[in-house]
Structures are given as C-alpha cells and as structure tokens.
Design a protein around this ligand. Sequence first.
Ligand SMILES: *Cc1c(COP(=O)(O)O)cnc(C)c1O
Length: 355
Amino acid sequence: MDKEVIDINTFDINAEPAEMDWKNLVFGYYPTDYNVRCDFKDGKWGDIYITSSPMLDIHMAATCLHYGQEAFEGLKAHRGKDGKVRVFRMDENAKRFISSAKGICMEPLPEDIFCKMVRMVVKLNARFIPPYGTGASLYIRPLEIGMTPQVGVKAAREYSVVMFVSPVGSYFKTGFKPSKICITRQYDRVAPKGTGRYKIGGNYAASLAAGTMAHEQGYSAVLYLDPKEKKYLDECGPANFFAIKDGKYITPASDSILPSITNMSLRQLARDMGLEVEERHIAISELSEISEAAACGTAAVCSPVLEIDDLDTGDKYVISKDGKPGPVTTQLYDMLCGLKSGEVKDEHNWCEIIE
Ligand SMILES: *Cc1c(COP(=O)(O)O)cnc(C)c1O
C-alpha cells in the first residue's frame, strides 16, 4: 500500500469535536480519520505508518485467514472533566498483547511500539473523542494478524499490527442496571489447557453459538464453567466475573480465563476500600451465598448481575433482591469511572494523559 504523508505534529488533541450524536452512540464501529500500522518483515518490526484507508491488503493464503493467527486488544481514551484525555493502563494492554501473540506463535509487538501507536491513533482522531459528560468514550482496537501466504500448518513469518479507534456509547443505555446471565454445560468457550487466557479471535468464534443462544433466551451473557470439571465459575463471555460474599471481593482463579485489566484494577480498588480479595475457585453452589455479582471489562466497567439461571438444572440464583446494583459494585464502578475521567485521584498512576 502507498504510504500517505501525514504530519502528526499538525494535529491537536483538543481538536473541535466532530458532528456526531454523542449521547446516542452505540457500542459499534464508526469510521474515523486515520489508523496506524506496523509490519513485521525480514525478522524485524518496521516503522509505524499512518493511513486513512480502513482496508487491509491480505493474501488469500495468509495464516490469519486459515489458521486463526489473530490477537486483539481493547482499551479506551476518555475526555475528562478537566478537558484532558486519559488512556487507562495501556502498558498492561501492551503486555497482554505480547502474551496473546506468544500464545499463538505470533511475533510479539514490543511494549514501547504499542504505547507509541496508542498515543498516535488517539491524537490523529482527536475530533472523535466524545466530549465529557456524554457517557461515551473513544474505543481503541489494536489487532495483530499472520500475513505469510502458506497452506501448511505453521506460524507465519510476517505479521501486521493495526490500531484503529471508534467512538462508542455508554454500555448502559438505560442506566447502570442489573441483567440476567445463564449457566450451561452444553458449550465451552475454551479447552482446559487451551487458549482461554489469550485475547484471540478464535476464542470468540468458539463462543458465538452459546452467546446467540443466551441472547435469544433473554440473557445478557453466558457465565462459563471451568471446562474440565464444570464445577467452578470461569468468566462471562467477553468479561470477567466477580462477586461479593461476606464483605469479600471474590473472583475465579482459572487458567482458562482472560486476565482482565478491569478486574485487576477493581481488586486493587477493593483492597484500597478495605475489602479482602480472594482469587480462587468459586463453586456453582456458592452462588446461593453471595450478595452481589457483576461482569467486568473495558466495555462496561462493571455490569451488575440480577439473576443467574442454570439452564441444565433449572436452579435460579437471585442475586439482586431489589433489582438494583449492590452497594459495593456501585462504589467500585463509580471509583473506576471517576479515575478514568480525572475526577478521582489517580493514586496508582494508572492513567496517561495524551498531549
Ligand atoms: C477483553 C476480555 C475481558 C476483559 O478484559 P479487560 O482488560 O478488563 O477489558 C474479559 N474476558 C475476555 C474473554 C476478554 O476478551
């Protein structure tokens, strides 16, 4: 592809916002101005380049198309009350991107290149950063794919990393409200020693049938069980799971779940609030003893759980008795949102201000 000549120094992070219906954005793809890319070829990463094209030029025999060599990330930039633009813990996303790449034998993108690309793609698309107070944010989507054309099953020698952005609306269209989730033993998302801890497209393909089934029955997500014994809780489709039990923050320890950066941050905030934190196996039977539960991830921060229905046994665990989010979940949600918008003091230095 022809490389465009774009001088990033002429861009302003405080650019006039684009004309968009900011308050009614969904969590979806909206075209923006630029994306940034970096290719691995001849044994090394090349220079980062900028393009306005949303299209990729991929050989039909590329490994990403046949053997699933694809990993991705998801993080957000927020315009704060003070007008500044913050990105949350991008170093952690960079590290996880490396882990995911290694997990499926792709070349890992060095952390410093990842962070540089994030800063660039945010600044280049500054007019798409939703204004403060709209509940919307700028979602950043990095992805890596194997590009070498080959039919034999082996890892590619060439890779492309692309980072694009899309403004996204608040996850909670009708306010911060609990929803129902379900348990099923009819599907697994991943295998016991499989790829569950990597953020890869293949895991998502494997979860689509179960997710569709759950949505059709009125559930917001499937709460997957550990794929080996089917006794313990794993995670909620594209989000981790936590619960509050006897005043403790409990969350599953498992090799087959994706280590969520939101969950990691909530554990720290819970400790800061004086809560005990336990990362351990959580048996299904414990669901009758918890006072709050939520799914957590970058998209929603926390999505409180109303009820968990076991579709195989018919058991129903009512988590929120009054239909409202629990007090601890609400407090954690407010703290993390406040941190990201610069309204809560960033004690742990989790936010980087983009200039
Ligand atoms: C991305 C993702 C999460 C959430 O991770 P965050 O870093 O908190 O956004 C949880 N589970 C799966 C399977 C994911 O892909």
